[in-house]
Ligand binder design. Sequence first.
Ligand code: PLP
Length: 427
Amino acid sequence: MERDELLKLDREHVWHPYGPMPGALEPLVVTSASGVRLRLDDGRELVDGMSSWWAAIHGYRHPVLDAAVRDQLGRMSHVMFGGLTHEPAVALCARLVEITPEPLRHVFLSDSGSVSVEVAVKMALQYWRSRGRPEKRRLLTWRGGYHGDTFQPMSVCDPEGGMHALWRGVLPDQVFASAPPVELETAYVQELADLVERHAGELAAVVVEPVVQGAGGMRFHDPRYLHVLRELTLAHDVLLVFDEVATGFGRTGELFAADHAGISPDVMCVGKALTGGYLSMAATLCTERVADGISRGEVPVLAHGPTFMGNPLASAVALASVDLLLGQDWRAEVARISAGLRGGLAPAVGAPGVLDVRVLGAIGVVQLDHPVDVVAATAAAVEHGVWLRPFRDLIYTMPPFVSADEDVAAIGAAVVAAAAASRAQQG
Ligand code: PLP
């Protein structure tokens, strides 16, 4: 297809998340991707600073993952799940149970992070209904959170954030605590305790993104808050749900963000990097207690059965991706990228227009003191040969773990240049 025709049809018929690129910026047309490089239709190559939104931890066209897909394709691409079962899905579920915090034992496979959160909430609500406590159906969460775009996850997204605000009055009314401070603070712990205690009778679950609040603001907080939540939820008969859709599989420097605190939730969601970004798949894991609670009561079992549940291709590549990650010194790779980002972003510290620079694991964030000028910032990054997608007041990056030191250096320089370009547009 000719470029002009492609862009015309794109404009006329294709939804893009959060609308088209603003101003004069046309979407870039990607024709192929391998390693950490995206190839454009005009021959340019960009180093990927986004891992396709946290997902492509091994980069693109990884030989091991390509082989896993091809291999599975030779047997079957999809058959319905439930009643029928197959090795790729069973082996994946068993592996997930092995590597996630104990005592998570049951795995519900679905096809997107949003649905994995939807399922987690259904599990929590059903758990209390089947125990004769149907009044426990509200959720407590943090302001600044993001959990996906279907209605139930949106109901626990930041109430002031764009998504939630658009649907105010339609979404269920939840309980919001302020976002946790960076460091553990007694006053904030007390605020959380008061909220949980006050609402315990109506709360089904606390649902949070552990350690990193992602799309709602790229905020990092002290893992000790997870201990506080664990203690409060156990003391007040409330389930604890961790949404690790973004943080799972090493991105923060631990395999899962919950590992920073060494505690276990009752329900946990993973997605994004589960298949190394190859295919759409997510999973909701729960404990024996939750699974038992759901299936034993008078209310029928969890009413949810996605058509592509346990898709064999996605399962096979997910298992290969997990094994590929764990079969290497992934901590060292993430630490190397972390160090590269720290060095690369250092020139932004204290620069005009920059409020804060932070790095955790393989995540780097430059927070501006103004809403980012997306056109100027993106154009500056692309000029540096790097793909970034700034939003709100943030320029952030989450490179694939396979990025070479030069790639990480290029990303750092591009982020710094993007921040300067955005500031320059401020006048
Ligand atoms: N939860 C978190 C923490 C996320 O960051 C996201 C996506 O960005 C989701 C859930 C939703 O995942 P998906 O876009 O696959 O539906």
